[in-house]
Design a protein around this ligand. Structure first.
Ligand code: TRP
Ligand code: SF4
Length: 400
């Protein structure tokens, strides 16, 4: 019923590394050309685990935004904002909290996982339990339907769907809903009204999904209905009420996992990262000191790329020709490891150069960054306010 809208958030971790670039940002940059996109800094989410030390969050936010921009996230295409600067997220979170069963939150797998992982922190807090609900508010307040996230976040999207469904079920039925829906059907006009009724019956009685799709398409191309009537009829199709909140889906992409310097996934907690603003000298040094296949103790010992973390970097950075050269040279001891690493260093530096140049420019002009975010926050606020009007009205809280 609404056009596709993409939304994603990142907790503010300060400046980003190549893992973020290959795993997340490249995907965002692609999506911004294809969809309406909203990307935001989830600074309140950072508080769920960092409530004892919130001072660094603001600086981490600005550094992260600089890296988004430097990487190529384009503020003329995507809306960039900060969660806490659109306080409507908090209002929706609060209203949703009233109807969220505790058991649903306790069953979200990340809840126990994270608590066990971060044992040194006391995470038996209200805010931490509510993490997925705050995330639901982030998503639902924009009626975003496509949420690019990693595999680990899929349960949170699933949870958000359930919350949207429950909300629509509880509050989507205005007084006199059935009558109003029947009236709206009539307004479709004889032929269309009849077709709508037939398709609705086929879907509700036989579970015919194709009929549901056709009926939605029919509504999609209908011009003479008010927005309210249209929404009523979308909801009426499925037997429920008005769809006030949209159920989102996870937008999974083939995750390009960026290997770190030790062959494990690149991650700050493994200390195996190359930062987007890493000094070029340092990049060379880090790659040159990377471990290789231990079988190649001497230059004359042959090796096996499959047992070497450098090979995983060739898989990210090298074309077929270079890879063939590596395989041949490694297994025959024809090349040395330093020689093998050079094309990776070159490719990485080539990738980083324009990013670093842009990052420098943004660092020199913090006002430019602040203005981009101020604009984004304003746009986001307008969208959030629109949804909140409908939410308050559905709950009978608009005091108009
Ligand atoms: N929980 C997400 C993460 O840790 C961050 C996030 C917060 C988010 N709100 C969101 C992601 C809404 C997508 C949509 O990665
Ligand atoms: Fe690894 Fe390359 Fe050395 Fe082979 S030659 S062990 S692939 S660094």
């Amino acid at each position: 019923m609404y056009a596709d809208r993409v939304l994603s958030g990142m907790r503010p971790t300060g400046s980003l590394h190549l893992g973020h670039y290959h795993g997340v940002l490249k995907n965002w940059i692609q999506l911004q050309h294809e969809y309406e996109c909203l990307f935001f800094v989830a600074d309140w989410h950072a508080l769920t685990t960092q409530y004892d030390n919130p001072r660094g969050i603001e600086e981490a936010t600005w550094q992260m935004v600089i890296d988004w921009l430097a990487a190529g996230v384009d503020p003329s295409k995507a809306t960039l904002f900060i969660q806490s600067q659109v306080i409507e997220h908090a209002e929706l979170h609060l209203l949703l909290s009233m109807m969220t069963p505790l058991g649903w939150l306790e069953r979200v797998p990340t809840y126990k996982d994270q608590q066990e992982k971060l044992v040194e922190k006391d995470l038996s807090t209200y805010g931490f339990l509510g993490y997925p609900l705050l995330q639901s508010a982030d998503i639902l307040i924009y009626r975003a339907n496509q949420i690019p996230v990693g595999e680990d976040q899929v349960p949170h999207i699933e949870f958000s769907r359930e919350i949207a469904r429950r909300f629509n079920h509880l509050y989507g039925k205005e007084p006199g809903y059935e009558e109003k829906a029947e009236m709206a059907v009539k307004k479709l006009g004889g032929k269309k009204a009849k077709l709508y009724q037939e398709l609705r019956t086929r879907y509700q009685q036989e579970g015919d999904d194709a009929a549901l799709d056709s009926a939605r398409a029919l509504l999609g191309e209908t011009q003479n209905l008010s927005l309210g009537d249209k929404e009523r009829l979308y909801g009426f199709l499925e037997g429920g009420g008005k769809m006030i909140l949209t159920e989102p889906e996870a937008l999974l992409t083939v995750a390009s996992k960026m290997p770190g310097l030790d062959g494990q996934k690149m991650s700050k907690s493994y200390h195996n990262t190359i930062s987007l603003r890493e000094d070029p000298e340092q990049v060379g040094k880090k790659i040159r000191t990377m471990p290789t296949d231990p079988a190649r103790g001497r230059r004359t010992d042959a090796g096996d790329p499959e047992k070497c973390p450098v090979w995983q970097l060739h898989e990210v950075y090298s074309g077929d020709d270079v890879r063939a050269w590596v395989r041949q040279g490694c297994t025959s001891a024809g090349i040395g490891c330093l020689e093998c690493k050079q094309p990776v260093i070159d490719a990485m530096l080539k990738e980083l150069a324009p990013i670093q140049e842009r990052a420098r420019a943004y660092m020199e002009e913090p006002d430019v960054v602040k203005n981009i975010i101020a604009d984004g926050c304003e746009k986001a606020r307008d969208l959030a306010r629109e949804t909140m009007r409908d939410v308050r009205e559905a709950m009978g809280l608009n005091y108009g």
